[in-house]
Ligand binder design. Structure first.
Ligand code: TXA
Ligand code: MG
Length: 352
């Protein structure tokens, strides 16, 4: 009798896990309950200055494994551990090189993730078995309060289903995560819109594993020489090998001097296709679904809306969308890194 009762309880828990009631908190709420959810091993989506994160206690293996489940994330792709004070760093990392310290002093709190040699305090599941751990001190006040109130380091990947564009507002988190996690804190739209720059500090020269708002030039100014993880080789950052950021629609990048003319011809011949372009080309695409990225002269603005615009491609029910290369300077490097991944090598060369 007792055993039967226990068994039903287990079934109940399983059913609840699949159809969990996800509570939405507006940013005016105090964060006592979301912080308690984290302490009790639950998952809360929270805004950061880059994208929304799926937050759980980084020191609780079960909670972390539930993040992987909610996202459908491969277990060999490690998570970033978020802290809200430099004091929290000491227990997590073995050593801080002078180069790492210089980057911390300049860019934390902010959109920069640093890779360190990990202590055993960080569970292996967080690191996907690597000897290193990724740490970020976010600047977003809501994320900082959540970490401080929960009083634990927080593991947080972007709050999308694995492979989809990262969510930059609560509506997109709900789209991917409703019924899969305990709560979502709605903090409006994220400021930067692309994920943090990831820099490996465990080698002699810092290596940029993922470009972001903190650009190669900004890092070079602080530490001198740097290396960039080449796309052609096996990536050092496990996450970079996966197709990422893709809407359901096929994304096609057209490059070369005749890019706009070529897109115009291709899209006219295809009633289920649209374009994802800076606003400057609008008059060349009359009666074509046109998703505007904003002005090509403001790459920071384009970065801040890029993932939202990729999701709008699916809202319009398009089967394919054409876009162009933007200048790969400064934040443009992060934009093109994400777009090239989104297109899964669908690149057309159009002269030039
Ligand atoms: O802006 C951000 O970084 C957001 C917000 C939520 O903080 N987070 C985020 O997490 O983008 P995620 O899991 O989507 O991306 C983490 C990236 C992946 O490419 C992963 O492979 C890499 O960081 N990474 C994590 N730990 C690593 C490690 N020990 N060594 C190398 N790369 C690592
Ligand atoms: Mg991600």
């Amino acid at each position: 009798m007792f055993l039967k009762h226990v068994w039903y309880n287990i079934l109940d828990i399983n059913i609840q896990e699949q159809t969990m009631k996800t509570i939405i908190y507006s940013q005016s709420h105090d964060l006592t309950i979301p912080a308690q959810i984290i302490q009790n091993g639950g998952i809360v989506a929270c805004p950061t200055e880059t994208v929304y994160g799926l937050c759980a206690n980084a020191l609780n293996e079960t909670a972390v494994s539930n993040i992987f489940k909610a996202k459908g994330r491969p277990s060999d792709n490690p998570l970033i551990v978020h802290i809200a004070s430099i004091d929290m760093l000491d227990q997590l990392v073995k050593d801080i090189s002078p180069m790492a310290q210089a980057l911390i002093d300049k860019f934390w709190p902010g959109p920069l993730t640093l890779i360190f040699n990990s202590t055993n305090v960080v569970p292996a599941i967080v690191r996907a078995g690597l000897a290193t751990v990724a740490i970020r001190f976010p600047s977003h006040p809501i994320m900082q309060i959540l970490i401080k109130q929960a009083n634990v380091p927080i593991a947080a990947p972007s709050a999308n289903v694995s492979g989809k564009p990262s969510p930059t507002n609560a509506r997109r988190v709900i789209e991917d995560m409703d019924t899969k996690i305990d709560a979502i804190i709605d903090g409006g739209s994220c400021e930067f819109g692309v994920e943090s720059t990831v820099v490996d500090t465990t080698r002699e020269l810092p290596i940029i594993l993922r470009p972001g708002v903190i650009t190669a030039q900004m890092i070079t100014e602080v530490v001198g020489n740097i290396k960039t993880d080449s796309f052609d080789k096996t990536p050092i950052s496990p996450g970079m090998k996966y197709t990422h950021y893709s809407p359901n629609a096929k994304v096609i990048i057209v490059t070369g001097d005749n890019a706009i003319k070529t897109i115009s011809n291709l899209v006219k011949a295809n009633p289920t296709a649209g374009v994802l372009l800076p606003q400057e080309y609008k008059e060349q695409f009359i009666n074509i679904p046109y998703i505007s990225l904003g002005s090509e002269n403001d790459l920071a603005q384009i970065a801040s809306v890029l993932f939202e615009k990729l999701r709008e491609v699916d809202d319009l029910g398009l089967e394919s969308v054409y876009t162009i290369y933007l200048p790969q300077v400064d934040i443009g490097e992060a934009i093109m890194n994400r777009l090239i991944k989104a297109c899964g090598n669908n690149i057309i060369f159009a002269g030039g």
